[in-house]
Design a protein around this ligand. Sequence first.
Ligand code: A3P
Length: 281
Amino acid sequence: QLNVLHKFKGILFSTMSSKELLNSLDSFDAREDDVFLVSYPKSGTHWVAEVIGNIPNTKITLTSPIEFGDISKFEELKMYSKRRVIPTHLSYDILPRNIKQKQCKIIYVVRNPKDIAVSLFHYYRDNPNLPCIETWDAFLELFLRGDVVYGSWFDHVLSWEEHKDDKNILIISYEEMKKDLSKSIKKITTFLDINVSDSEINKIVWKTSFSEMKSSTAKENYNPNHTICALTSNRNLVFRKGAVGDWINYFTSKQKRVFDELFTQRMKHSELARHFEDYSE
Ligand code: A3P
């Protein structure tokens, strides 16, 4: 249990991200047409990946995360001839230099951090690749201190904050996808310069509903190479509740107060935070 995480640049990573791979991130050779799907864990990464994977006639390959695996990773990524969509939970600072230089398209997914905390708490409990934290109270403390995988949620989002207006970056929130999925799908396809008809969008909406994704995952044998999150290859661990506002069932009023204080302190100038603020009260 103790050996499942290790630190790189002060941030906790799963041992499925090897030290050698993390150390060599800057040698990654990005292509101009690469698309990166970036998020803090539990923000809705699999959902957006599924949307992209269901866009018809794309000639796109959805790869496993750039930080997932060992030093052979970049050789593996070189083998794809189609346009690559590469997921990652890396913060802006750690993202390979090349991706920034080439101004590759990046979709950054955000979600209300209270719901993320609850979701990550369950992930810690269910995922054998993460340490066992007994109680919600203990987990929330770790989360607020940033002593969890991929570090502090605040640091992560703030690292992307400065780039929210870059032309090559699309910000999308879990909450807006819940509210109007067709609109979000249009946003994504427009950003990727792909034409999709309304009936095709309706089909994607249906295919990427929580219940559909959950049940098809349970039915199918997913190829572990199709990993989206570097913390697990077991997709069945991903589909828990799929709701906005579940935090209310976990936070005590004192925990909410402490969380809100830190949130205000760290995120008061954040425009990214406006994408989900309405859902955190
Ligand atoms: P919960 O634990 O709150 O249910 P990620 O893909 O970044 O790991 O995020 C996982 C979270 O997204 C989980 O949240 C999961 O249930 C939710 N999720 C996955 N697919 C979804 C979908 N199609 N609709 C709504 N939520 C979804």
